[in-house]
Design a protein around this ligand. Structure first.
Ligand code: ADP
Ligand code: MG
Length: 638
């Protein structure tokens, strides 16, 4: 391009000097950036550093065929120099540099593909709710204008004999002019930011160092800081990304430091997962299971967030790489195959990412399974912290349900404070037992005292006690483990007759023949408060309990649905009555002389079952009237 080229909006000047307009889009973007997304201005430094690192990488590549390009300065380097007094910040690299044309081309157009989408969102007025957006897309070089009211770029191409100076106030035009060689870098690019008044803190060494380590500490080029003019350069990042180093060379405390930085935690990681996938897809993963619960673990919209790098250049903070139920895992993936200018949309849709997602998820679950096998105690602690979250996967991730069931741990009627795996459970099943029994509810003590468990206890059958709200959901999905269905003890028939009572157990009294008629009486008295009244084989000492019908939700899930106003009438409970219970037998033997008493008794049996389940009596007024009649009757007899 020569100085005689006139552009529509450009004004030609003499002697190679000209003033040109940014493309219209750019001017608009600059304005929007400075005014709508101000809160994320920190990203400018990352953008400049990543450009500088790119330039060094490009040179490294070019120099493979033309080693003379490196001259006597073969080591890539990024230098950040602050000048607090003059409110200037300089980011300089000894990379490939730019020719005049490249400067006009590269710094006069917006390069990033995500930028257009970004602008559309800003224009749709969505910028406020998407204040993270700018960081996700990256706005490249122009982000410098968020903090600077003038930016000068002086560049000399590797192997070039001239230097050029690009300069702009970011308001719509820029200027390109030759620069004297003695005021230019020997090779590469110097970006000089004339900081705005309210951006003067970006010359503070502490601030700069913090930004570099948190945002760019892992770019593959060493970074040096010069705190003020004349100060000794100081290394603040060594240019080796931790995850590309050999596992065997990394000390545990280096992993811990890194974990603390990336996870925002102050403890030790419970599991460190570091591997490189090779083959069809190449990527490195460094991820951690935290030693304790992160504060935002239960945030409604906390997704499975991992950092994504492409060839060690940071792309985004919250790549959708792990499923929601692994949202407690913190770490990063560095892909060798994704394009560097990948945008948010591309990330979501990329088939490359889908296969990374699968690989990383399998690896994390695999490592957890290994730990569970090798160090049950350490795994138990992880389960204590994150089991509730992992269990979400039992209904969200059908494909991996089997794997997740293997990882799951439970308390049971026989476990005490220890936790049991389903494999443990199956190993302890009684002869004739066909299902894995569980009881769900929110209070373990109340569950343990439930009458529904009596028949299981009498036969020594273990029952899992599920007390997390999420349990009620996954158990409705008809899970099986090792070919055995999971079955609620509060639903349907107990199928206990398959399992014989132990020899030494006290044999229950035979049910009396009158009991059948009494059950029918109770049923007609209660009407449609219950869906049925049945003789129970799950009760040994209690007189009554409630169970849910065979098909549909179990008692706990029924209760949740009811609380949400979504239980349909058909799902009313079944009242089970212990036909061998003395009180029941005596009531059954009563004649029909005192109907009121018998009816009161029927209602009170139902209310008793409700109260044992943690519910209220069906009708509080009627309940107290019946109770009062009963007490008066007892007093009159006495
Ligand atoms: P991107 O980095 O996504 O391409 P930027 O807006 O950050 O977008 O940069 C635009 C272009 O400017 C780069 O692609 C590169 O060609 C050029 N550039 C920016 N900074 C430098 C630099 N320090 N050295 C060489 N070229 C640079
Ligand atoms: Mg860039």
């Amino acid at each position: 391009m020569t100085d005689t080229t006139a552009t529509e909006t450009g004004a030609r000047e003499t002697n190679n000097r000209e003033t040109r307009a940014f493309e219209a889009d750019v001017a608009r973007l600059l304005h929007m950036m400075v005014h709508s997304v101000y809160s994320d201005k920190d990203v400018f430094l990352r953008e400049l550093i990543s450009n500088a690192a790119d330039a060094c990488e490009k040179l490294r590549f070019e120099a493979i065929g033309r080693p003379e390009l490196l001259g006597d300065d073969p080591k890539p380097r990024i230098t950040i120099s602050a000048d607090p007094e003059n409110r200037q910040l300089v980011v300089e690299d000894n990379g490939i540099g730019m020719s005049r044309d490249e400067m006009a081309e590269a710094l006069g157009t917006i390069a990033r593909s995500g930028t257009r989408a970004f602008m559309e969102r800003v224009e749709a007025g969505k910028a406020a709710e998407d204040s993270q957006l700018i960081g996700q897309f990256g706005v490249g070089f122009y982000s410098a204008f968020m903090v600077a009211d003038r930016v000068d770029v002086i560049s000399r191409q590797a192997g070039g004999t001239e230097a050029w100076r690009w300069s702009s106030d970011g308001k719509g035009t820029y200027e390109i002019a030759p620069a004297p060689l003695d005021a230019a870098p020997a090779r590469g690019t110097r970006v000089i930011l004339h900081l705005m008044e309210d951006a003067s803190s970006y010359t503070t060494p502490y601030r700069l160092e913090g930004l570099v380590t948190s945002q760019s500490g892992h770019v593959p080029v060493p970074i040096t800081l010069v705190e003020k003019p004349g100060a000794e350069p100081r290394d603040i990042a060594d240019g080796t990304a931790l995850w590309v180093r050999q596992k065997s060379e990394i000390k545990p405390e280096e992993y811990t430091d890194f974990y603390r930085g990336i996870a925002g935690q102050y403890d030790e990681p419970a599991v460190t997962i570091h591997f490189r996938a090779e083959g069809r897809q190449e990527y490195s993963v460094l991820a951690f299971v935290p030693g304790s619960r992160p504060f935002d673990l239960f945030d409604q919209d906390r997704q499975g967030r991992m950092k994504l790098y492409v060839r060690r250049v940071f792309i985004t903070d919250d790549a959708d790489i792990l499923p929601r139920y692994l949202r407690f895992v913190r770490g990063l993936v560095d892909s060798a195959d994704l394009p560097l200018n990948v945008s948010r949309e591309m990330i979501q849709e990329s088939p490359l990412l889908a296969s990374i997602r699968k690989g990383v998820t399998n690896r994390v679950l695999g490592d957890l399974a290994k730990l569970a096998d090798n160090d049950a105690e350490a795994y138990a602690r992880i389960w204590e912290n994150f089991g509730v979250v992992l269990k979400e996967g039992l209904y969200e991730d059908y494909e991996r349900r089997e794997q997740l069931l293997k990882l799951s741990r439970f308390r049971s009627t026989t476990s005490g404070e220890a936790s049991r795996s389903l494999a443990d459970y199956v190993g302890a099943m009684k002869e004739g037992q066909k299902a894995i029994f569980f009881m769900a509810g929110d209070d373990r003590a109340r569950l343990e005292a439930s009458p529904q468990l009596e028949g299981f206890r009498a036969r020594g059958i273990e029952v899992l006690l599920l007390t997390d709200p999420v349990d009620s959901f996954w158990v409705t999905m008809a899970p099986e483990f090792d070919g055995k269905p999971l079955k609620s003890v509060t639903q349907g028939a107990a199928e206990l007759s398959d399992v014989p009572l132990p020899e030494d157990a006290a044999k229950p009294a035979e049910a009396s023949p009158e009991v059948g008629a009494f059950l029918a009486f109770v049923k007609s008295t209660l009407g449609d408060e219950v869906s049925d009244v049945k003789a129970s084989d799950r009760l040994t000492t209690s007189a009554v309990c409630l169970v849910a019908p065979e098909h549909g939700p179990d008692r706990q899930f029924e209760r949740l649905l009811n609380a949400a106003g979504r239980l349909d009438k058909a799902a009313r409970p079944i009242l089970e009555i212990n036909p061998r219970h003395e009180r029941v037998a005596a009531l059954a033997r009563l004649g029909d002389d005192d109907r009121t008493f018998k009816e009161d008794a029927a209602h009170l049996l139902y209310d008793e079952a409700r109260v044992l389940d943690g519910d209220k009596p069906a009708d509080a007024r009627a309940f107290s009237a019946r109770l009062a009649r009963l007490i008066e009757r007892g007093l009159a007899k006495g």
